[in-house]
Write a protein that binds this ligand. Structure first.
Ligand SMILES: C[S@@+](CC[C@H](N)C(=O)[O-])C[C@H]1O[C@@H](n2cnc3c(N)ncnc32)[C@H](O)[C@@H]1O
Length: 186
């Protein structure tokens, strides 16, 4: 299956993208064209075993360049992506053929997720990081109880923090790896 992932990656081609890169206000975002980020997406697909699973309904929060959802879709999963509005991300995801849901995750606000999912991811989306400090347990509890309403049985929830690729990244006192309908507390 690694071969299949490899094939998918090798077929990615951004040369046809229509975008005036000089208009990118935040030039740091151009770093996402680095294949390093594709490699990271591959790692997460493999970590979650999505290259071995039957068709799943997947929702990705804060998709950015959407490499991870792209790989999932090419593997045959049904994928819905979401993000805040950002012209460069919009151009890239449109180019990759995604229709994107506009979603900015905020503390104590329900998310506009369309239906239920087998897998929900947020990869370095950092919605929990605020100027006055990270979310605590109360914010995460609201988030997960809202999220739970959008999960099918045995859903995988995988959320990584901004500075960590560690699936057991913590904020507050919860681990943000939720699998099979149960919290996993370290
Ligand atoms: C560092 S990028 C990561 C992009 C992608 N998930 C990845 O792993 O390559 C952070 C992403 O989170 C999104 N984001 C930031 N704040 C957000 C919020 N409050 N709700 C949803 N997405 C948010 C940004 O628009 C951006 O797409």
């Amino acid at each position: 299956m690694k071969t299949k992932l490899h094939e998918i990656v090798m077929s990615m081609d951004f040369r046809g993208i229509r975008y005036d890169f000089n208009t990118v206000e935040n030039q740091y975002m151009l770093k996402f064209f680095d294949p390093l980020y594709v490699k990271r997406a591959i790692n997460i697909v493999e970590l979650l075993g999505l290259h071995k699973k039957k068709k799943m309904r997947i929702f990705d929060i804060g998709s950015g360049f959407a490499y991870f959802p792209y790989l999932c879709r090419e593997l045959g999963h049904d994928v819905v992506i979401s993000d805040t509005q950002e012209p460069l991300y919009d151009a890239v995801t449109k180019y990759l053929g995604f229709e994107k849901i506009s979603l900015t995750v905020r503390a104590f606000e329900k998310m506009n997720m369309p239906g239920r999912f087998d897998c929900v991811t947020a990869l370095k989306a950092a919605f929990h990081q605020k100027d006055d400090g990270d979310w605590g347990s109360v914010e995460w509890d609201f988030f997960y109880s809202d999220l739970r309403e959008h999960l099918n049985p045995r859903a995988i929830v995988y959320i990584t923090g901004s500075n960590s690729m560690d699936p057991y990244h913590r904020s507050g006192d919860k681990q943000h790896l939720f699998n099979g309908g149960h919290w996993k507390i370290k």
